[in-house]
Design a binder for this molecule. Sequence first.
Ligand SMILES: O=P(O)(O)OC[C@H]1O[C@](O)(COP(=O)(O)O)[C@@H](O)[C@@H]1O
Ligand SMILES: [Mg+2]
Ligand SMILES: [Mg+2]
Length: 336
Amino acid sequence: MSKQISLSRYLVEQQRVDGLIPAQLRLLLEVVARACKRISYSVNKGELGDVMGSAGSENVQGEVQKKLDIIANEVLIDANEWGGHLAAMASEEMEGIYVVPNRYPQGEYLLMFDPLDGSSNIDVNVSIGTIFSVFKKPEGHPGVTEQDFLQPGNQQVAAGYCVYGPQTTLVLTVGDGVAMFTLDRELGSFVLTRDNVRIPEDTKEFAINMSNMRHWDAPVKRYIDECLAGTQGPRGKDFNMRWIASMVADVHRILSRGGIFMYPWDQREPNKPGKLRLLYEANPMGWLVEQAGGAATNGRQRILDIQPTKLHERVAVVLGSKNEVERVTAYHNEQS
Ligand SMILES: O=P(O)(O)OC[C@H]1O[C@](O)(COP(=O)(O)O)[C@@H](O)[C@@H]1O
Ligand SMILES: [Mg+2]
Ligand SMILES: [Mg+2]
């Protein structure tokens, strides 16, 4: 039997052998992974634990919070605040940033997360997840401010997600490709199950919420119409469709077998650029996809090059197989 590589060992190798990450970042990622493990156990409890249903509150974005949204947020904060690796955290579920209290040692990293992605799937036993992104705190001033978090995604030093599905799988990049680790519940540790993940450049599978079709912009409608036309249409091939409504699960499928994922701007809320959040959804997913050879744009420009202007900024998202993302982006740019 070949030797199993745990997440801890993988990270030590990234640090020691390849010199890719400093020790502080390695320890931070270990803590995030530990928190994901705890969230995974809560998810698995389902109706047996008090984790299902609404919490009866709303987050800063006006979305109803589920109990698991709050539990996952607390688990991530509790696990990370005392480790000494972080200066502050930001989350989908918190209006402002969470500065590490000064009773704990201060670190140099900033952690952003969507503690529970795919909340509408919690109560129906469908895959959900946690998404995270790590930056370094800019130097040159004491303390930490919200402004420090407003860095473009190309400055990320680590990004990943954990999908709570039939298996719990943690997917990670530190800028040296994408690796996947499956939680072995008997060992209680994440074990490397796929390294050097690659997304095929072409695909016959798209993911978009088709119920919004009447609200889409012309380039998105054109792209999907051409896919739907199948072998008789300009693409000359039949396409399949998937929509899980958990970004983590849709992106995990794309990293596993290719495809294109879109949550575009639409006319329902014309003043918002999109539904998904730039800092803790689009940026980490965009970097993972690029690291696996795919592409990620907002329909016009590379997501990782967008300069954020606020913590909970929204963005249109087109990501996945490179040639398809480039096609959708070209359709938008032709329009402009
Ligand atoms: O229900 P819709 O409009 O199809 O939206 C689905 C999208 O919303 C999200 O659930 C938003 O994430 P949250 O659950 O973290 O708010 C994405 O994961 C998913 O891609
Ligand atoms: Mg989300
Ligand atoms: Mg969420």
